[in-house]
Design a protein around this ligand. Structure first.
Ligand code: URA
Length: 223
């Protein structure tokens, strides 16, 4: 089997195992109020990854990201550029629903961010599209809000690789303000071009981990 196919299989298995580990996460108090962790969904080898804010009511119940009204709009926007949800990977900044869908708290983002960075490391997308302010600020490492930076790609290092970060308004914005739909559609239309860019080639696979020293002195958990 070709090396790239073996890398893909290893990455897929590692992402599934990581999802199982994160399902039991208790790093922040949201673990006491959710129905379940909403890890992410879609292709584990996607070139394009979307990162939203946090699960809402329906996502919390179903265990899948973007299955409510904003998610239906996301599916439509994807269809508009010839993609389905199975072609991409979709997840959130927070993996757990904040009560009443309030904004994520800084300490919740801090507790959860390494889950997202590990997902990016395992999926190795070419383009990471951030939906809204929370994902954009976290992954750009800058305070600039989405109104200022939407539609402007930037090359960043995430999860150990260079990726194109592409901020887009959150689809929920167009549910509240219908004229935002034109802006969202225009920003989505640029995605095929960004995915085709030479400099957005998939990064080389990470080298396999060093064999554990004998005897293994410390057993490191995932959390
Ligand atoms: N909004 C988000 O940011 N994420 C979801 O999964 C659903 C709505």
């Amino acid at each position: 089997m070709a090396a790239a196919a073996i890398d893909a299989l290893n990455g897929t298995a590692a992402l599934a195992a990581f999802g199982e580990a994160v399902a039991g996460c208790t790093r922040c108090p949201l673990a006491a109020t959710w129905t379940q962790v909403v890890f992410g969904a879609g292709s584990p080898t996607a070139d394009l990854m979307f990162v939203g804010e946090a699960p809402g009511f329906h996502e919390d119940k179903q265990g899948l990201p973007f299955v409510g009204a904003a998610g239906q709009l996301l599916s439509k926007l994807l269809a508009g550029i010839g993609l389905t949800r199975d072609d991409v990977y979709i997840c959130n900044t927070l993996k757990c629903r904040p009560p009443g869908n309030r904004d994520p708290l800084p300490e919740e983002i801090a507790a959860c961010e390494s889950h997202l960075f590990r997902q990016i490391e395992l999926i190795r997308p070419r383009v990471v599209a951030t939906l809204g302010n929370f994902a954009t600020k976290l992954l750009s490492g800058k305070p600039d809000g989405i109104t200022r930076v939407h539609g402007r790609e930037q090359e960043v290092s995430l999860g150990g690789s260079r990726v194109l970060l592409y901020p887009i308004f959150h689809p929920a914005a167009a549910l509240y303000t219908p004229r935002m739909l034109d802006v969202l559609e225009a920003d989505f239309k640029r995605l095929p071009e960004l995915l085709g860019r030479e400099d957005a080639q998939p990064p080389p696979a990470a080298p396999p981990p060093e064999p554990a020293p004998e005897p293994a002195a410390v057993q490191l958990g995932l959390f």
